[in-house]
Design a binder for this molecule. Structure first.
Ligand SMILES: Nc1ncnc2c1ncn2[C@@H]1O[C@H](COP(=O)(O)OP(=O)(O)O)[C@@H](O)[C@H]1O
Ligand code: SF4
Ligand SMILES: [Mg+2]
Length: 309
């Protein structure tokens, strides 16, 4: 049995009586010890997808499809059952994670609260020291309150806290954004150890190709609410990557050529016909404008949503 099995997942937002589709027909399975990285430009629906898995979308959201976690259908869970899944089943590092720490408790106390179920006092203190080291932080941080720390440090600490809960799956939404190389590596070491040593699973949303390249697993590229290409990380980041959007997205990143894709993403209400990238794609033809491409297998474990790739 797969740890996570998502099929036909759609997310809509209802605004002023109109329905806006933001995530469309996502298919994703994840086994224990597997890692899936999602990348794509802002507004492509990455956070909406992550939040739909945890049942924490805003009130105006509607979700369709199926999300099975350990074989159980999360979309049929009530609020109490969903709360039981969050934390030890699925841990979440939100996009704006720095406000998620308890403002009235010292950092060390917050870690001890999480660790006290599995470790005694001395072991817990050692574990906190090691986690702080991994995060590139000094021991003295344990004595501080969140308001005494920078946003970046608070974000890093939340990653450490979520990892301490030891969930079977962590969903991390851009946890390394804005961090220096040293801090980034600390966070990645925590994630990597969880995946390779403890057999835990990870869904990581990131714009950072170094982060994607570090993690073992598959990479999915999202555009206008859809996954347009996915496959093993080295394939999608390497010479075999073939979707015109993926090629343009990779070229647009500062660590590559820094050349933006011309034009702008199709509007939320204009996504019903044709390929969603057609208005920006130099290879678009009449078929692309008329028909919607489905994901097709290019080779073993490498899929692409394009008629001509
Ligand atoms: N509560 C909301 N109501 C209406 N639209 C929303 C809401 N939250 C996000 N959106 C829209 O949904 C789309 C996807 O947003 P998001 O998932 O945050 O994208 P990403 O994480 O890829 O940047 C965007 O067009 C965004 O404006
Ligand atoms: S289907 Fe056509 S428009 Fe869409 S990405 Fe492929 S070539 Fe471009
Ligand atoms: Mg986001």
């Amino acid at each position: 049995m797969k740890l996570l099995d998502v099929s036909g997942l759609q997310v809509f937002f209802e605004v002023g009586g109109q329905i806006f589709p933001v995530v469309d027909k996502i298919e994703l399975t994840l086994s224990e010890g597997e890692c899936f990285v999602i990348a794509g430009e802002s507004g492509s629906g990455k956070s909406a997808f992550a939040m739909s898995l945890l049942g924490i979308l805003p009130q105006n959201a509607r979700v369709r499809g199926a999300i099975l976690f350990k074989g159980k259908s999360l979309l049929e869970f009530d609020a109490k059952s969903m709360r039981a899944v969050r934390g030890s089943g699925i841990g979440y590092v939100p996009q704006s994670s720095s406000t998620s720490l308890n403002p009235v408790l010292r950092i060390g106390t917050q870690f001890h609260h999480v660790l006290r179920h599995s470790l005694n006092g001395a072991e817990s203190s050692k574990a906190v020291t090691r986690i702080l080291q991994d995060l590139g932080l000094d021991d003295s941080v344990a004595l501080m309150y969140p308001h005494q720390l920078s946003e970046g440090i608070k974000g890093r600490l939340l990653v450490g806290l979520v990892a301490c809960l030891d969930p079977m799956l962590i969903i991390a939404d851009e946890p390394t954004k804005g961090l220096d190389t040293h801090s980034k590596e600390g966070i990645l070491r925590i994630f990597e150890r969880r995946v390779t040593q403890r057999g835990r699973s990870l869904i990581m949303i990131t714009h950072d190709l170094d982060v994607a390249a570090w993690l073992p697993g598959r990479l999915g590229i999202m555009y206008a609410g859809e996954i347009v290409e996915w496959g093993p990380v080295p394939v999608v980041l390497g010479d075999d990557c073939c979707h015109p959007y993926t090629l343009g997205f990779l070229r647009s990143l500062p660590e590559r050529d820094f050349i933006p894709i011309p034009g702008s993403c199709v509007g939320l209400l204009e996504r019903h016909t044709g390929c969603r990238f057609a208005n920006r794609c130099s290879r678009a033809d009449a078929v692309c404008k008329r028909q919607h491409p489905e994901l097709r297998r290019v080779c073993e474990d490498h899929w692409v949503r394009c008629f001509h790739a």
